[in-house]
Design a protein around this ligand. Structure first.
Ligand code: HEC
Ligand code: HEC
Ligand code: HEC
Ligand code: HEC
Length: 470
């Protein structure tokens, strides 16, 4: 989420520096990571999405393409966010199943630098049908049924047509070839990678990578000609390449003094290439000034970039809300039966003072503070190994939401993480031994996995945490 505040600061900086009118667009897929919300985390995901939407609004995002992931919380939720934050999600082909009317704005006509720009949204249908929980009420029409009509509608009204599309490249290419009226296509989707803009026919394609790690800035000089100069330029570049190759061959032949027919042929080709370049440059001179230019810049949103305080505040508040949500849930839900099998370290300490005093000095006793420092103390994925629970049964622990309901003294790696659940022993030590008086290596490696501790050597590490003998 830090990416958003960095994005905001870069946009502000850019627009202040350039003093140019600008249009901030997003090609979509920014609200949710998965195409459906993981069960048990719906509320948290929705809160985060609302935070992102709010940040986009504060950044003056003019329009967002509707990509399937944006529907993971349902069509109704997206409409609500749109209304609350006055954002515009664009999709011409997501329609309600009965009336076949578009559910979101199909396209937007907006003014930039005194010029009308049409921004169109096209949604990759199949992915939506896999994702949205309320999908039965909606249908996604194939692009061939909707795009021609929309292009007809905007053609005379806009000086420039931009399409936000979440279709894969092959489909986008087909679209560009069929509709040269589309001047710029901004694409999105889970497979998106940052790609330098390129032409397909007369349409310019631009794409930044998925997950908002890069910001693309395109400076556009749009003229009445209404088409990119790039095509002519690339022809010149191709011809120049050919000429370079011919010259190279000629210089080799001269060295060998092999002035035969091959040599004469090359000289003729050279002349031809030079003529072509001159003709193209002449054409560029007469038309070129009127044709449209662009230059592109990618900015990787690394953590070294400054953050926008306003957007950062929105994101911090959102994180706080998610934490509060978990806290509420922790307090209200019933403690599970499993907790009864755990005594907690303070109980053990009543009889094993020496070992408890030793343990308190180990890193295990501070494992929750470690998460608190990272503001991750309510993240179940982290808690799993940083608290006292039968971590080896992760699925069960997670399903019951136990991790969020733990009493204070189990919120660290304590006695029973190593010796096993021992409430029964604590209640009647004479009759019930602890399950694991001498924890084996496998107990440790349940948490000290290669991912989290690549240097785990049992013999070395046990020496640091083995309780003293009486
Ligand atoms: C009411 C006192 C009492 C409580 C509470 C208690 N124990 Fe014990 N514990 C004992 C006694 C008594 C023994 C066995 C006799 C001995 O070795 O002195 C023992 C033995 C042990 C041993 C050594 C076992 C062996 O075979 O060497 C471990 C480990 C142990 N306890 C861990 C725990 C843990 C963990 C807790 C908390 C969940 C706990 N105890 C709570 C009294 C207690
Ligand atoms: C429930 C999970 C869990 C179990 C079981 C566990 N650990 Fe750990 N261990 C951790 C966590 C988490 C930390 C990091 C605590 C921190 O710094 O906040 C840690 C830290 C340590 C450290 C301190 C870091 C260091 O390298 O000096 C040692 C040593 C260690 N564990 C050894 C062991 C050994 C040996 C066992 C088995 C007898 C074991 N642990 C069992 C989770 C576990
Ligand atoms: C599979 C178990 C496991 C999970 C899951 C886990 N940790 Fe840990 N963590 C450990 C162990 C083991 C250590 C101790 C590593 C060592 O001894 O070097 C540790 C150490 C740490 C440390 C201190 C060491 C350091 O690298 O500075 C931090 C911070 C930490 N974990 C944060 C997290 C966060 C945040 C998450 C969730 C995103 C998480 N952990 C999830 C097992 C886990
Ligand atoms: C990181 C794992 C770990 C944790 C956490 C841990 N212990 Fe131990 N404990 C051990 C190991 C290892 C031994 C030594 C077993 C052996 O080799 O005899 C041991 C031994 C003991 C013994 C037996 C001592 C003796 O006289 O031989 C007791 C009692 C004990 N622990 C109690 C506790 C209590 C109480 C806590 C929590 C306050 C605790 N342990 C936390 C690993 C752990």
């Amino acid at each position: 989420m830090g990416g958003l505040s960095r994005k905001a600061s870069q946009i502000t900086r850019f627009s202040a520096q350039e003093k140019l009118p600008w249009l901030f667009l997003d090609s979509g897929g920014l609200l949710f990571k998965q195409s459906s919300l993981p069960s048990g985390q719906e509320e948290q995901e929705k809160m985060t999405a609302a935070g992102i939407a709010k940040a986009m609004q504060s950044m003056n995002c003019r329009a967002i393409g509707l990509e399937a992931h944006d529907l993971a919380g349902g069509v109704v939720l997206l409409k609500k966010l749109q209304q609350e934050q006055q954002l515009t999600w664009l999709s011409m082909n997501l329609v309600d199943a009965k009336k076949k009317q578009p559910v979101f704005t199909p396209y937007l006509l907006t003014e930039v630098a005194g010029m009308q720009v049409a921004v169109l949204g096209l949604t990759n249908g199949q992915m939506v049908l896999d994702a949205a929980p309320d999908k039965v009420d909606y249908t996604v029409l194939p692009w061939k049924e909707t795009l021609p009509k929309v292009i007809e509608q905007v053609k005379g009204k806009a000086a420039m047509i931009i399409l936000l599309s979440s279709y894969p490249y092959e489909v986008n290419k087909e679209i560009a070839e069929a509709y040269p009226a589309i001047n710029l296509m901004l694409t999105s989707g889970p497979a998106a990678a940052t790609t330098y803009p390129f032409m397909v026919g007369s349409t310019l394609f631009a794409q930044t990578g998925a997950r908002g790690k890069t910001l693309g800035m395109m400076r556009i000089n749009w003229t009445e000609a209404g088409k990119w100069e790039e095509s002519n330029l690339s022809k010149i570049r191709l011809e120049q390449n050919r000429l370079d190759q011919i010259n190279l061959q000629l210089s080799r032949l001269e060295q060998q003094k092999a002035q035969e027919t091959g040599y004469q042929k090359l000289v003729a080709e050279k002349q031809k290439a030079e003529q072509n370049i001159n003709a193209l440059q002449e054409k560029k001179k007469t038309e070129g000034e009127h044709l449209c230019h662009f230059s592109n810049q990618f900015i990787a949103l690394e953590s070294s970039l400054p953050e926008d305080p306003k957007v950062r505040e929105i994101m911090t508040r959102t994180k706080q809300q998610v934490n509060d949500l978990h806290q509420e849930r922790s307090a209200t839900e019933q403690s599970a039966a499993l907790l009864k099998t755990l005594a907690g370290w303070q109980k053990c300490a009543q009889c094993h003072v020496q070992q408890a005093t030793f343990w308190q000095k180990t890193r295990h006793a501070a494992s929750i503070q470690t998460l608190e420092k990272k503001q991750q103390q309510f993240n179940e994925d982290c808690l799993l190994c940083h608290v006292t629970l039968p971590h080896y049964n992760a699925a069960m622990v997670k399903a019951e939401k136990l991790l969020l309901q733990l009493p204070e003294q189990l919120k660290r790696v304590s006695c029973e993480s190593c010796h096993g659940m021992a409430a029964a022993h604590a209640g009647n030590p004479a009759a019930v031994p602890v399950p694991m008086p001498k924890p084996a290596e496998q107990v440790c490696t349940g948490c000290h996995t290669p991912d989290h501790d690549s240097h785990f050597v049992f013999a070395d590490k046990i020496a640091k945490v083995r309780c003293p003998q009486r």
